[in-house]
Design a protein around this ligand. Structure first.
Ligand code: C5P
Length: 133
């Protein structure tokens, strides 16, 4: 593997009717029960948009349109970087296929949610986006 390549984990800010979709992690134990923006690792040869669309089909059973970036880059261990993208739903109803639950939150519920630590970096941007919508 090319150790110089920055592997990306892409996460989706899926927004519909002024609410954001949160997904509840099943593991690892220290994150189980906490809420995150769904997503996952981009595979070699995929663009971030292709990889995120694939992850959202696998995790939520939905077809999506991937938009622009939101929030800062969050450094992860092992030379990976976590990035969030604005996403809209094209088809399907989000279903927790790999999470324990999903829920839609407006800005006040988002601010009070038990988010995974990495995703807290985006909280102010997400709240501002929801309030602007
Ligand atoms: O979901 P998965 O385990 O494939 O994600 C890869 C890495 O990215 C993990 O370390 C996970 O905790 C992190 N991640 C995150 N916030 C997200 C999605 C993934 O911190 N919204």
């Amino acid at each position: 593997m090319d150790t110089k390549a920055l592997r990306e984990v892409a996460a989706a800010a899926i927004i519909s009717d002024g609410r954001l979709l949160l997904a509840q992690r099943v593991g690892p134990p220290e994150l189980a029960g906490m809420w995150e923006l769904p997503g996952g690792k981009i595979e070699p040869g995929e663009t971030p948009a292709q990889g995120l669309r694939r992850e959202l089909r696998e995790e939520l059973g939905v077809d999506t349109v991937i938009g622009g970036r939101i929030g800062v880059d969050v450094p992860l261990p092992d030379g990976m970087v976590l990035r969030a993208y604005r996403v809209s739903l094209r088809d399907g109803t989000p279903t927790a296929l790999e999470h324990s639950a999903v829920r839609w939150v407006a800005a006040p519920e988002l601010a009070a949610a038990d988010l995974v630590p990495n995703d807290r970096a985006w909280l102010a941007d997400l709240v501002a986006t929801l309030n602007a919508g």
